[in-house]
Design a binder for this molecule. Sequence first.
Ligand SMILES: Cc1cc2nc3c(=O)[nH]c(=O)nc-3n(C[C@H](O)[C@H](O)[C@H](O)COP(=O)(O)O)c2cc1C
Length: 192
Amino acid sequence: MHELIDGRWSARGYDPAATISVADLTTIVDAGRWAPTWGRMQPVRFLVGRRGDETFEALSGVLIRGNAGWAPRSAALVLVCTTDRPDDPKEHTYAAVDVGLAVSQMILQAEALGFNGHPMAGFDAAAATTAFDIPAGIRALVLLGIGALVEDPASLPEDIRERDERPRTRLPLDEVAFAGRWGHPAFTGLEM
Ligand SMILES: Cc1cc2nc3c(=O)[nH]c(=O)nc-3n(C[C@H](O)[C@H](O)[C@H](O)COP(=O)(O)O)c2cc1C
């Protein structure tokens, strides 16, 4: 597996003093812009905040659940939005798939530039819609935190350090990748 994919993880222990240059942040958002897009529709839009600017402050203000504790330590917060078309289930569905692909590319580009990217659903989308005058027909789906890890994890608040130290796991490949029929492992018994 490529080292960028292998090394990716959703960290919380960001250095609250670290900054990101406009050039690096532009590159990360551009990586999202170049993601595959269903029917070349390009429904994805980005609201970009760098720590210290008004957009960042407003995005920090819509964080909910546990995210309000760690995510303001990000160097940048990017709200990823897409079209809201419940009347057109196909466009509605694939507009969301486009967001996933854009966020994934942004995370890997962030990683390539030495940053960590952490996607969040835990924000108040209605509050974001109001704060940024997001028009009808657009929905805010993912808030992406982009940050630099602290050099010494021992310096982190206990709750953040503890969550970052939890083991990362995934279901075994045999339980998610099938061939022939549903549930039949795709790779077991095959020569690698
Ligand atoms: C759509 C989506 C929403 C998520 N929302 C949150 C969130 O609100 N807060 C959070 O801390 N992590 C969030 N995550 C990150 C997941 O918790 C994380 O990806 C999962 O625990 C696996 O860990 P890993 O990314 O380090 O492999 C979200 C991930 C996705 C894909």
